[in-house]
Unconditional design. Structure first.
Length: 137
């Protein structure tokens, strides 16, 4: 366990923090909210109640709205929701490698800050300080 903590501390010392003080790397999943009034949203989809099929205007091959009375038009929006937080980008990449299949809307790695969360800042600083210490042989 100590070796793993030292490895994490070393990553904290050397990783690109993307211009963020006290960064936390977040895995986010895309959530698509559907069912809004079409006059309020630029993104539209069409839902077929009989065949339980939905066509989104951002899909490959989309050219125009489907024809027929069975299609209903809705507005939608995409938003990103954090599902996991790590100290390092490799921590997020490892999560996506193991669990990305459970997020069919897609994932991304986004950087936020532990700003004003002093206990997490203390843990980050401790990990980095431990990684700076000479290794006993």
């Amino acid at each position: 366990m100590d070796d793993e903590l030292l490895r994490i501390g070393g990553l904290l010392l050397t990783q690109d923090n993307l211009c963020t003080e006290h960064p936390m790397f977040c895995v986010q999943q895309r959530i698509r909210d559907v069912g809004f009034d079409v006059s309020l949203y630029d993104q539209h989809c069409w839902h077929n109640r009989r065949q339980l099929e939905t066509i989104y205007d951002d899909e490959a091959g989309f050219t125009q709205a489907p024809e027929g009375d069975e299609w209903e038009e809705y507005g939608y929006r995409d938003r990103w929701e954090t599902v996991m937080v790590a100290f390092t980008r490799p921590g997020c990449e490892d999560y996506i490698r193991q669990n990305g299949h459970n997020h069919p809307g897609g994932t991304r790695i986004y950087v936020e800050s532990f700003r004003r969360c002093q206990e997490m800042i203390y843990i980050r600083e401790w990990l980095m300080n431990e990684a700076k210490k000479p290794v006993a042989t």
